[in-house]
Design a protein around this ligand. Structure first.
Ligand code: ATP
Ligand code: MG
Length: 577
């Protein structure tokens, strides 16, 4: 392909809203262009990378017996009402009405659509198993789209849905997809970790995320230093490396004491001399059912909203009470409130870290006062004790008593879920088993962020000069910098080389623009295709052509006759690197 004919453009500067390197490079290379927040056009170079990644996905899924379909992006309200997700998905689902006032949404995910697609068509156990996938645009009205394609509103996803006769075979399919994902991300040479994760509002009981380890990641991961345990912090069990022993101190008399102006745990620690880990803080929440409840944590711990959501079987984390609501419920503004002698009775969820504490301090529900020598269950009765805190680096590996957790940042590339019969029951996706009895089908669902993963490759593979594409999805394999584009002998040679390479199935971009060599080299570095070939009059006169490896910048000089075989040799070597 000739640059002079293609609509390929590069920019000197990235816009101010591009915060992470891959976002900056994709914009500067003209690979993506913003149309609205979180909504991008993909340029020609980007489309080539996307198509190559999609080809990898198709190969890996087809070879494991999955079949490709394509479902609609616009979906009717009634379908989503069958699972109650029309409401549960909240504002993330973009809803609209047609001229007849019928409700629709843009597909944020396709469990409902695929259930509708297979119900009535899968009749008996003989029709199972099935695994259907698609590669399609999704729309999620993300609150804070950012980092380019990493958190888009409109993005490309590969989603797959499996149907099996029972749990055993559903878990085998899960394992097959898990292995497929290892192969897919492995072919991109990505540095990924598989972590245990929260099922979010997709639901399901077993789930793993495929996470690229990257500083720019939005997810926090905890990985053991001495076992294979790895989890998203959202669900990671919190276990103290040195657990506090249950004290056998005698319980002391409950007392109020004045703490004027002491509002935060830091204030209270300074004021009382008691370390934060021995203080207890109280947080107050609204339950979607209209009630209020209290959560207790040690002063140095943070609440994990996902654990709280899961404990209460909610679809979203609950919201804090406002200061006025706290005042009305406890008799004191936040800072002096606690679980003892509450004005209004309410459920009290206590983090397990408090269990061994005794004679501790909490707010006295009176502004400027705290209680000391507080003891449960003497002074208040916890409704439930549970792990509600965020696990952190240095905590114990929950699977290995000598291991410690280490913290990493991650970018979620893919996600596999075992769903069981959650959707099939609600949507009547049944089959007749070998005894002729109707049973709900066992399901799994699987998703890869196609556009996010292509950007994630650049987040992992780049240097100060630009992108460095992994071979398998590089938009072009060879970038010919034709320095003297008016020189007919050079043009003829370049055309011949391009033709020979393309005959071998290699994608070639020829920069035949009327530009200075410096501009061409800079753009070639920015676009980052694996092999650059420099064709110039000066070199040609000396019978010399430069072949440059983009990743290592290593230059090899060859004669025009040997250029083709040298390029093919280097590409082969790169493919197996
Ligand atoms: P996240 O936690 O990042 O919001 P999710 O868990 O909601 O993602 P899934 O429903 O598991 O996402 O979707 C499957 C895959 O789609 C994800 O693993 C991710 O790679 C991709 N994805 C999800 N949301 C976005 C988005 N807003 N922009 C780009 N890719 C996305
Ligand atoms: Mg996910």
């Amino acid at each position: 392909m000739k640059w002079s004919l293609a609509h390929i453009f590069t920019l000197k500067e990235a816009p101010a809203d591009a915060e992470i390197t891959s976002h900056k490079l994709l914009i500067r290379g003209g690979l993506i262009k913003k149309l609205a927040p979180g909504i991008y056009s993909y340029g020609h170079v980007m489309v080539r990378a996307l198509r190559k990644f999609e080809k990898i996905i198709r190969e890996e899924l087809n070879s494991r017996g999955a079949s490709e379909i394509l479902m609609p992006m616009v979906q009717p309200q009634e379908l989503w009402e069958e699972t109650n997700r029309w409401i549960e998905m909240g504002a993330g689902l973009l809803k609209f009405k047609n001229r007849n006032n019928q409700g629709f949404c843009l597909g944020a995910t396709h469990e409902e659509a695929v259930c509708d697609y297979v119900r009535n068509e899968i009749k008996s156990y003989r029709d199972l198993p099935r695994n259907l996938y698609q590669i399609q645009t999704k729309y999620r009205d993300e609150i804070r789209p950012r980092f380019g394609l990493m958190r888009g509103r409109e993005f490309i996803m590969n989603d797959a849905y499996s149907f099996d006769i029972d749990q055993k075979s559903a878990l085998l399919t899960y394992e097959k997809m898990y292995q497929a994902y290892i192969s897919i991300f492995g072919r991109l040479k990505l540095n990924f970790r598989i972590v245990q994760a929260d099922a979010g509002n997709i639901g399901g009981s077993q789930t793993h995320e495929f996470q690229l380890l990257a500083q720019a990641g939005e997810d926090s991961l905890l990985v053991s230093d001495s076992s294979t345990f790895a989890a998203n912090v959202e669900i990671c069990p919190a276990m103290d490396f040195e657990p506090v022993e249950k004290s056998n101190q005698p319980l002391q008399q409950l007392e109020t004491f004045a703490t004027p102006g002491q509002k935060t745990i830091a204030d209270l620690q300074k004021f009382t001399g008691v370390p934060a880990k021995s203080l207890v803080k109280s947080l107050f929440y609204a339950h979607p059912n209209g009630t209020q409840f209290c959560v207790l944590l040690r002063g140095n711990d943070e609440v994990n909203p996902i654990k709280l959501k899961n404990l209460l079987s909610l679809s979203d984390p609950p919201l804090f009470l406002t200061d006025d609501e706290v005042n009305a419920a406890t008799g004191s503004p936040p800072g002096s409130c606690g679980p003892v002698q509450l004005k209004k009775p309410m459920a009290i969820y206590m983090d397990s870290g408090i269990e061994p504490l005794s004679n501790y301090i909490v707010g006295a529900n009176k502004e400027g006062f705290h209680f000391k020598n507080v003891n449960h269950p003497r002074d208040f009765e916890p409704t439930q004790v549970a792990d509600l805190r965020i696990a952190k680096a240095g905590d114990l590996d929950p699977t290995n008593s000598s291991g410690k957790l280490q913290a990493f940042r991650g970018i979620e590339l893919g996600h596999v879920f075992y769903l069981g019969t959650k959707y099939s029951q609600k949507m009547g996706v049944n089959f007749l088993d070998s005894l002729g009895k109707s049973q709900p089908i066992e399901m799994g669902c699987y998703g890869i962020g196609v556009s996010r993963t292509v950007q994630a490759c650049i987040e992992q593979f780049h240097d100060a000069d630009g992108m460095i594409w992994p071979m398998e999805i590089s938009p072009f394999a060879v970038h010919i910098c034709l320095l003297d584009s008016g020189d007919s002998e050079l043009v003829e040679y370049s055309d011949r080389l391009e033709g020979q390479l393309e005959k071998s199935g290699i994608d070639v971009l020829v920069d035949n623009r009327d530009e200075r060599p410096g501009v061409k080299f800079k753009d070639a570095d920015l676009l980052g295709f694996p092999i650059r070939v420099v064709l110039g009059r000066k070199g040609f006169d000396k019978k010399e052509i430069e072949i440059v490896d983009r990743a290592t910048k290593q230059v090899t000089k060859v004669s025009p006759e040997n250029a083709l075989s040298e390029i093919l040799g280097q590409l082969n070597a790169l493919a197996s690197r």
